[in-house]
Design a protein around this ligand. Structure first.
Ligand code: PHB
Length: 373
């Protein structure tokens, strides 16, 4: 798919959706304002009610949610943008207070994420960061059934007008829980010593996505060597990454979206990226094995940093997260070397509608208003 530049808007939870996890007109305005990005990856979206590990994230399983997302894609396309939807299942990174009928989170095993938080309800019903709950180990046929659940969500994403989908297989959520050779001690076809078994769930879901949307319209986000969300360090991480690069390439996946590298922290709110960390030798091997595009994300805040990363020749696109909050026209600002605005962290995740969300002007409008005023 041709893109107009190498700038990606990274997926970011912003908690502005309506009750019932339904996207709305305000979100359409927000994404529409950012349509000059080469590619927008819309925020992590629940594949099913059992996938909720953070209150106030949107879904793509119900008809009303699909209709809400249609407002978003129409507005982005009206502004000549390209937009994919990031879809996830959080697996054990959940809590019974968010789960249907208060059931236990879904796990690859019964091993809890002992040092990590989710955004859920405490005993008094108050929202905040609390420890992830103890998961229930999924049966083999439940894992297979979940592939069907993803398939349905991909169909919804297509019907909602998305140009493609991104499968969130990073940051210690369900796909990475399966892939991790230390955590995944299952003995069925989805786990154990063989890499082919530990990646089977992800690759079956990728196959489903390619069936629904076509090759070239599916991306996969990975965080190789990451230990965020209490994942044990994986001695087989590189081997698994290179196997995936080859397998994803064979399936016509459009891009690998690599997040390098979240520092250990209890939750996303306090997470920081190791500044521009990347192992060039490993990345060169990924490059050789994968014919699609590579997106690099994690801590980029300037034109110079992004250009230096592109100049390595190892990646094709740079994703910006936080800078996109206060700079709807980030692509133009980077192109012209215009200064960037700073967002107020207290408005990242609130229910206060447009405040800190859609009320940031474009640089030109801002500076012209200052001249006129
Ligand atoms: C993550 O990728 O770690 C992530 C995504 C969405 C959230 C929180 C964390 O709301």
């Amino acid at each position: 798919m041709p893109l107009k530049n190498r700038i990606v808007m990274a997926p970011m939870t912003r908690t502005r959706n309506s009750e019932g996890d339904i996207p709305n007109a305000l979100m359409a305005t927000y994404y529409g304002q950012r349509a000059s990005a080469g590619l927008i990856v819309a925020e992590a979206t629940d594949v099913s009610p059992s996938s909720k590990g953070y209150a106030l994230t949107p879904g793509i399983y119900a008809d009303v949610q699909r209709q809400g997302w249609r407002l978003v894609t129409d507005e982005v396309h009206r502004n000549k943008g390209t937009i994919f939807l990031q879809i996830w299942h959080v697996g054990r990174m959940a809590h019974s207070s968010l789960m249907p009928n208060g059931e236990a989170p879904w796990g690859v095993t019964e091993q809890r994420a002992e040092h990590s938080d989710v955004f859920a309800h405490d005993a008094d019903g108050k929202l905040g960061y609390i420890r992830a709950g103890k998961p229930r180990r999924l049966e083999t046929d439940e894992v297979s059934a979940l592939v069907g659940t993803f398939s349905l969500a991909f169909a919804h994403a297509r019907q909602a007008g998305f140009d493609g989908v991104e499968i969130h297989a990073a940051n210690g959520y369900l796909f990475e829980q399966f892939m991790n050779s230390v955590l995944n001690t299952r003995t069925d076809r989805y786990g154990g010593a063989r890499m082919e078994d530990r990646t089977r769930f992800l690759l079956e879901v990728v196959d489903a996505a390619v069936r629904e949307l076509g090759p070239g319209r599916v991306g996969v986000r990975l965080s190789p060597f990451g230990t965020f969300n209490s994942l044990p360090a994986d001695p087989q991480a590189e081997q698994t990454l290179l196997y995936l690069a080859e397998q994803l390439g064979r399936r016509g996946v459009a891009y690998m979206h690599l997040v390098y590298q979240l520092m250990p922290s209890a939750n996303m709110e306090s997470a920081e990226f190791k500044e521009h960390h990347i192992d060039h030798a490993v990345l060169a091997k990924v490059r050789a094995a994968f014919p699609g595009s590579i997106i690099w994300c994690g801590g980029f805040t300037s034109r110079e940093g992004a250009q230096a990363a592109l100049d390595t020749g190892l990646v094709d696109l740079i994703a910006f997260g936080r800078p996109y909050i206060a700079n709807p026209d980030l692509a133009e600002r980077l192109a012209h070397g215009w200064p960037l605005a700073e967002a107020d962290r207290s408005t990242y995740y609130t229910r206060r509608g447009e405040v800190g969300y859609t009320d940031f002007p474009a640089y030109r409008a801002d500076s012209l208003a200052a001249v006129a005023g």
